[in-house]
Design a protein around this ligand. Structure first.
Ligand code: G1P
Length: 294
């Protein structure tokens, strides 16, 4: 069994142009889905998967993320004196549960480049990468599903999802064969090749990479080895393809529902569905939606 994965890297240095003007002066990772910032969903997924060491790759204008995961002494004091115990627990809970470090990515040169910034903090061990735009609602956290495979094979494992039609061009796409594995029901794959954002006709399959990865530490050398790819950026997909030359890489069609919160429509869908599932809001919100003459 492979050693336990202890660290998760959260690239969060992107400019968030898809959400302008909301992201002009605040990071997109801090946009609230119901009442929690996007990035907190990913951090909670890591915690619920047994990973407490969080590494956030930030850039200019991202200090709100650091403040969010820090202790807010004034706020806690105020809530305490006003007897707001539930709220106090909700603001305290997250900073208590994680050990978080930050590293800056001075220029947004791509996802691979962002992950490479975490090299020293990760060290020679396998680690997770979480893209907080991808919100995954699942009974067993998606990262935990990937970690179970990693612990068995000791290899890199990527989250996969079927995407049909031209939308496939928005993703890294894999060429892969199913692997027989107990209890996986055909959802586990051995990856042979991958392409970042192929043209619809060029996609090797309908299996898209979703923003959850477990990577072995050799990935850092691969990132250093690959030239800029799609969009002139250092692509993580290209680095994993490079890693494939010497190491097996697996893909898992995870169980759960994924929302693309990096896209306006996906963000709205996630907001509505997560709100409907909330015990404190769901009932009233459902009644409101039903009352709308759509
Ligand atoms: C990134 C990756 C891509 C992956 C996607 C998942 O792209 O480069 O391979 O399929 O995340 O959300 P982005 O959406 O950041 O352009």
């Amino acid at each position: 069994m492979a050693p336990k994965v202890r660290k998760a890297v959260f690239p969060a240095a992107g400019l968030g142009t898809r959400f302008l003007p909301a992201t002009k002066a605040q990071p997109k990772e801090m946009l609230p889905l119901v009442d929690k910032p996007l990035i907190q969903y990913g951090v909670e997924e890591a915690i619920h998967s047994g990973i407490h060491n969080i590494i956030i790759v930030t850039g200019r204008g991202k200090s709100a993320i650091e403040d969010h995961f820090d202790v807010s002494f004034e706020l806690e004091h105020l809530l305490e004196t006003r007897g707001k115990r539930d709220l106090l627990a909700s603001v305290r809970g997250i900073s208590d549960m994680i050990d978080v470090s930050y590293i800056r990515q001075k220029e947004a040169l791509g996802l691979g480049h962002a992950v490479l910034r975490a090299k020293e903090l990760v060290g020679p061990e396998s680690f997770a990468v979480v893209l907080s735009d991808d919100i995954i609602d699942a009974e067993t956290p998606c990262l935990r599903q990937l970690l179970d495979i990693h612990e068995f094979y000791g290899s890199s494992v990527l989250a996969l999802m079927e995407v049909d039609g031209p939308e496939i061009s928005a993703y890294g796409v894999v060429d892969a064969d199913p692997v027989a594995h107990n209890g996986m029901g055909g959802r586990l794959f051995r990856i042979h090749n991958m392409v970042e954002k192929p043209k619809p006709g060029d996609a090797p399959s309908n299996l898209a990479i979703i923003g959850r990865y477990i990577l072995t530490p050799e990935i850092f050398e691969s990132i250093e080895a690959v030239p800029p790819g799609k969009g002139g950026e250092i692509q993580l997909t290209d680095a994993i393809k490079h890693l494939l030359r010497n190491r097996p890489v697996y893909g898992l069609k995870f169980e759960g529902k994924r929302y693309d919160a990096g896209d306006k429509l996906g963000f709205l869908q996630a907001t509505v569905e997560l709100a409907l599932r909330r015990h404190d809001l769901g009932g009233a919100f459902r009644e409101y939606l039903k009352s709308m003459a759509l």
